[in-house]
Design a protein around this ligand. Sequence first.
Ligand code: LMR
Length: 320
Amino acid sequence: MLVAVAFVMSVTIASAAPIVIKFSHVVAENTPKGQMANKFKQLVDERLSDKVQVEVFPNSQLFGDNKVLEAMILGDVQMAAPSLSKFKKYTKSLQIFDLPFLFKDMAAVEKFQQSPVGQKLLVATQKKGLIGLGYLHNGFKQLSANDVLRVPADAKGKKFRIQSSDVLAAQFEALGAMPLKKPFSEVFTLLQTKAIDGQENSWSNIYSKKFYEVQPHITESNHGVIDYFVITSTEFWMGLPDDIRVEVKKALDEAIVFGNKIAADKAISDRQKIIDSKRCTITKLTDAERQQWVDAMKPVWKQFEKEIGKEYLEAAVSSN
Ligand code: LMR
């Protein structure tokens, strides 16, 4: 009988153990993604504390952006929100977000993401074991460098760190520059040691990772977007009890709304903090100068149109 009681107790204890969601990301906590992940944890704690436990690992503490998706498929981490530029191995269609000068503003990005075509992209990685739970904004990218970049010719021959995207590589090659695919965690040191000349990123990433302290010039180019896919493994997600999955998704959706608001605020406030720091000059482009960047970079669309899919490209253009 004692053995039977012990067995029942151990089963009860085992089934009462909360489900753990490890949420890994590469940016600082004071960013749209960092704040979204913390909000998600807070909401789950409030609503499901005895059933689900969220552990957030910022700053590439658990996995860098080159490893996190493999780790997710292996079950070593349950959620992440990598940039849309980091899914090449899992689907070619998400490359659409890397096309230069595609979206005219963040409202157009949001419109495309929420359109039937944008929502279809959420399951584009499903066959490879990953499922998109939603999009999260960060914002438009700016170019930073050791020298002033006013026209495309200024970028010629320079080395730029890029995310692991072939579209972004083609974009810099179109300028006659040298792109280098490197993890986010290495960017500051690469810039500081002058192993590279420049990089492209959102205002919040340039501010929170102090890139502006080691890059004397930023061109306000708004030439592309950094947004995220909040992602989980299909196996983990489908294995959750239905009621828990519904509650977790609800908390996540609310956290994304919260994160998007922070993204919109930080695109303004982090830009201003960088200006106020007086550590670097901000180059604003005239319409004619901007047009030169468009003319130099836009041929990349043609190169990738087939891989991405015409349907997606047309929907994105019409979201403007
Ligand atoms: C980068 O690698 O530059 C960004 O994707 C980092 C991030 O997650 O915002």
